[in-house]
Design a protein around this ligand. Sequence first.
Ligand SMILES: Nc1nc2c(c(=O)[nH]1)N[C@H]1C(S)=C(S)[C@@H](COP(=O)(O)O)O[C@H]1N2
Ligand SMILES: [Mo]
Length: 161
Amino acid sequence: MTNAALELAGHATDDALAVSGQVCRPLSLSLDDLRAFESIVAAPFDLRCFKTKRFVRGVGGYRGARLTDVIGAAGLLNESPTDFKRTVFMAVAHDGYAVTFSWHELFNTPVGERVLIAYECDGQPLGAEEGAPILFSGSDRHSAPRHVKRLARIVARVLVP
Ligand SMILES: Nc1nc2c(c(=O)[nH]1)N[C@H]1C(S)=C(S)[C@@H](COP(=O)(O)O)O[C@H]1N2
Ligand SMILES: [Mo]
């Protein structure tokens, strides 16, 4: 998302989480805006790296908004009736680190119920210094790859074969 587009989306700040791409309403969400969504809580877990298969560190219980609710607030465009079946979401951090989710995974499997954007850990608010907002997929076998610190953007893309 360009800076101009961010401004159109509302109270733009460098720290805001942008929801952009093929959505009806591009959003710019602060940590406080995320708090306005219904929250879910994740159990404490071990951060495990996929590449090394190693334990990285223990992480406490996150509270955050569901990614599916945030995407729902932006709304998918669905220019053709089957677009949603070919839609993927890229979660991009401020450092350029990026991971994907498919529409099916989020809305058509139990995985989506446990993907949150955390602003709190063990009851303590998380700031940018602690990596907030942190995207976390609670059903993953190796939790580190989709534990995205300093989440900057969710981008919806309809793939074309
Ligand atoms: N923003 C961001 N998040 C990230 C990464 C990254 O490079 N940037 N690396 C991932 C990987 S591969 C690992 S193993 C863990 C490292 O966890 P750490 O928070 O203890 O460094 O962070 C994950 N989340
Ligand atoms: Mo990793």
